[in-house]
Design a protein around this ligand. Structure first.
Ligand code: BEZ
Length: 211
């Protein structure tokens, strides 16, 4: 059965390029981004894992650990990392899971059998410190993901976990946010003292509260 938002992210043990890990121990009390790619030594995947590596520090600053997964073996991952580093001008330092038996892939529903029953599609899961699934994305093998969008979504998820706000279309960190529907208009000044605008009774905005 597919994993849905707010489901508990299942724990697992797996071999990775950094040795055996227990997923929950790896995450500790922080956030996690688990993402799958179909195959080592393939072009789109090479750019994707390189891009994630370039953004490693941005995820780290947000308290998020990165973990990649594919069905290829550890030795293949280790060889391929050399190509990723060379061609994408980076130094991959996050672990890549080797999942030849597809344990993680099946646990997280990363296989789309109509496309391939032996390789994962491009899935992303953002997992909160309480091990709940906060975002899922699924892209086809032919479409590389936008990793800045994953960072942007993480910013929104972390912000909206702390404040009674939501974020509008194309929102970026630092821009105005939408006051949550549970906040009465008369309570806005006390909750959001930086000011607010009432565009419609159901559409009220305020400067980002933590900036
Ligand atoms: C790629 O990474 O380029 C790729 C991998 C599997 C299927 C299609 C494309």
């Amino acid at each position: 059965m597919a994993l849905l938002l707010e489901d508990t992210a299942p724990n697992f043990k797996a071999q990775t390029t950094a040795g055996e890990i227990d997923f929950y121990e790896f995450l500790g009390n922080g956030w996690g981004v688990l993402f799958s790619h179909p195959s080592d030594f393939t072009p789109v995947c090479t750019t994707e894992l390189g891009r994630m590596s370039q953004l490693y520090e941005d995820f780290r600053k947000r308290g998020a650990k990165i973990l990649a997964v594919s069905v290829d073996p550890v030795e293949s991952h280790k060889e391929w990392i050399k190509d990723i580093n060379e061609t994408q001008h980076t130094n991959v330092s996050y672990p890549i899971i080797a999942d030849p038996e597809k344990k993680v892939a099946n646990l997280y529903g990363m296989i789309a059998p109509q496309w391939s029953d032996s390789h994962t599609v491009r899935s992303v899961f953002i997992i909160s410190p309480d091990k709940k699934i906060k975002l899922t994305l699924t892209y086809p093998a032919s479409t590389g993901r936008n990793f800045l969008e994953i960072l942007r979504a993480l910013d929104s998820i972390q912000l909206t976990a702390k404040y009674a706000v939501s974020t509008p279309a194309d929102w970026k960190d630092g821009e105005d946010v939408i006051v949550g529907g549970s906040v009465k208009t008369e309570d806005i000044p006390a909750k959001f003292p930086k000011g607010h605008k009432i565009i419609k009774s159901y559409l009220r905005t305020t400067p980002q509260p933590n900036k």
